[in-house]
Write a protein that binds this ligand. Structure first.
Ligand SMILES: [Zn+2]
Length: 257
């Protein structure tokens, strides 16, 4: 019995290998724009309730186990259980290199994971995906009392909340929260580019693209924000790849993370 199923699997894998490449979209050599297009299409299917659940069968599992992974994108997003990356982009096994952490912060572990994806797996697209009603950002906006571990975790969100507060001094909490969630996406990209010479170089050389995005928990829609507004400055050609004005090149807070 066992032997038969193994034989079946070998046949399935052989058939998949012989099949036209169109069946498996995620592959090395794909461009960032193409990867972005695939994510947009997948999210549109998800929003419309037309999920295809592609590449989630045992052939794909066997193929990726045998051949290794060639994901089309790395996605840094929140651990929130309502933001499951593969589902909202309608992707399959081996398609997305997902880094999830409360508040989608980019500290050492997250940046290291994304460096691995960009450098070792040649992933062309990096997406930082924030989401509506984010509890981690809300905690910072509310200045909530947190355990030491949680306080450390959300520390990189603070500059984003400060920025949102400065820009929206009289705003209602919901408006401030939304602005902080967006600024937190930019903050994560800022931290990533500033602290990762490898990702900076890949972006500068046009081998990788880093974009921000926001996920709406209610509609399921992903709003694409594009590259960081200061990307050129952040990846810069010169040493320092400077950071946003006032704090100088390297804010200590993030660096210590
Ligand atoms: Zn969240």
């Amino acid at each position: 019995m066992k032997r038969i199923s193994l034989l079946m699997l070998i046949i399935l894998v052989a058939a998949a290998l012989a099949a036209p490449a169109a069946a498996t979209t995620a592959a090395s050599g794909i461009s960032a724009d193409e990867a972005l297009r695939l994510l947009k299409e997948g999210n549109a299917r998800y929003v419309d309730g037309q999920l295809r659940h592609p590449r989630q069968d045992r052939v794909r599992r066997a193929l990726t186990a045998a051949q290794g992974q060639h994901p089309l994108a790395t996605v840094l997003t929140c651990s929130d259980s309502r933001v499951p990356a593969e589902i909202i982009f309608d992707q399959g096994i081996g398609d997305l290199f997902v880094v999830r952490v409360a508040g989608n912060v980019a500290a050492t572990d997250e940046i290291g994971s994304m460096e691995y994806a960009v450098d070792h797996l040649a992933v062309p697209l990096v997406v930082v995906l924030g989401h509506s009603q984010c509890g981690a950002v809300t905690a910072v906006v509310d200045d909530a009392k947190l355990s030491p571990n949680l306080a450390d975790l959300v520390a990189p969100i603070k500059p984003a909340v400060e920025k949102a507060r400065e820009a929206n001094p009289q705003a209602a909490k919901e408006v401030l929260l939304q602005a902080a969630i967006t600024d937190n996406v930019w903050q994560a990209i800022d931290d990533m580019l500033r602290l990762s010479p490898i990702i900076r170089e890949k972006v500068r050389d046009g081998q990788a693209k880093v974009v921000g995005a926001l996920y709406d928990l209610d509609s399921g829609q992903v709003q694409w924000l594009g590259p960081h507004p200061d990307q050129e400055k952040l990846v810069g050609g010169k040493k320092g790849a400077g950071k946003t004005g006032k704090k100088g090149k390297k804010p200590k807070k993030s660096e210590e993370q």
